[in-house]
Design a protein around this ligand. Structure first.
Ligand code: SAH
Length: 341
């Protein structure tokens, strides 16, 4: 339950068993209340009551009787609905390709309601503490020793916290269903009988080329775009199929395979002078574009020392872009560092 009323400065006394009170406490604090907590009915002393403008009884009704008696005539009393344990839920949220402005309104709302946020490296939305006040934030992209938390463990964490009655937001870079293992996380939550909502996000596959002025489709130039993972190199059959489409190819997670990917495309018949670009660290102050052809790109990238996260774009649409025009003019953008062929 989200508290819609502004309770700024209101002294609120929360009474209930320690296990049940945490989430309620976060909600009241978020609404601005000055919260005092007692976890046993016999701790409801006259002094404690005197400080409160409002008392909230949390947890099973059987534990409330004594506290209610102690509070009678002292301040208004409300009870948390039903006294049943709160039902937890999972919200898979796409964070977009970076920055606060590319979060959706639905994503902002989901974060505001979260008790727990599981986030990772590419979900760079800025100040999570402000977006999800009071929530426990777990960075599953990093743990001591700098390794990511393994996927089964992320899913366990997600399910465990939600089964404990908490609203768990799983925040993922871009869109959760684009190479984000979102499907697996939804399946784990569904299997545990938990309600799941998915909030789509702006995918880097389209937005990062766009941020460099590269349209993934363009009338009379390309009416198809294919997004592939470059996590493993393309095989000859895949390369041939992609070249036959005569469209735009967008490769995510492909920087460590840039040489085999471009080589395989040319071997499959793609002209070596086809325009190609790498857009590195999109939507950050360090964003830069490396622009060349499918033949020259690997060398340009290695000379520039460009690395992940980057989106690779291959196809004539690159020539429609501002970065290509600047390549021709030899002029670098003001906000973008460029490496040109
Ligand atoms: N679900 C994400 C993609 C996850 S795969 C989405 O929809 O955007 C991770 C890859 O996405 C990275 O290796 C990189 O290729 C790309 N990527 C994500 N954010 C990026 C950014 N800000 N700049 C450049 N590439 C990015």
């Amino acid at each position: 339950m989200l508290i819609e009323t502004d309770l700024t400065g209101l002294p609120v006394l929360l009474i209930g068993p320690a296990g049940a009170i945490g989430a309620a406490e976060r909600r009241y604090r978020r609404a601005g209340a000055v919260v005092d907590v007692v976890d046993a009915p016999d701790a409801v002393t006259p002094e404690v009551c005197a400080r409160a403008a409002l008392a909230v009884l949390v947890g099973p009704a059987s534990t409330w009787h004594e506290a209610r008696t102690a509070l009678t005539g002292r301040c208004p009393v409300v009870t948390e609905p039903s006294g049943e344990p709160r039902r937890g839920r999972v919200v898979l949220v796409g964070a977009g390709p970076g920055g606060l402005e590319l979060l959706t309104v639905a994503a902002v709302r989901a974060l505001a309601e979260a008790d727990v946020v599981l986030t990772d490296r590419l979900a760079a939305v800025g100040d999570l503490a402000a977006l999800a006040p009071g929530a426990e934030v777990v960075d599953v992209g990093k743990r001591p020793g700098h390794h990511a938390v393994p996927q089964p463990q992320i899913q366990r964490l997600l399910v465990e916290r939600a089964l404990a009655g908490l609203t768990v937001v799983r925040l993922k870079g871009g869109d959760p269903y684009v190479f984000g293992r979102g499907g697996e996380e939804v399946a784990a939550a569904v299997e545990a009988g938990l309600p799941v909502t998915v909030v789509p996000g702006i995918s880097s596959a389209v937005a990062v080329p766009g941020s460099a002025g590269i349209p993934v489709t363009h009338r009379d130039v390309s009416h198809v775009f294919t997004v592939v993972s470059g996590h493993v190199p393309l095989d000859a059959r895949q390369a041939a199929a992609l070249v036959a489409l005569e469209g735009t190819l967008v490769v995510l997670m492909g920087m460590h395979n840039l040489v085999p990917i471009t080589t395989e495309l040319v071997r499959a018949g793609l002209p070596g002078d086809t325009a190609a670009a790498v857009v590195e660290r999109g939507f950050t102050p360090d964003q830069r574009s490396i622009v060349g052809t499918v033949s020259t790109l690997p060398d340009l990238v290695s000379r520039a020392g460009a690395a992940s996260p980057s989106v690779i774009v291959v196809g004539d649409v690159v020539e429609q872009s501002a970065v290509w025009t600047r390549r021709v003019d030899g002029v670098a953008g003001r906000t973008e560092r460029m490496v040109v062929a």
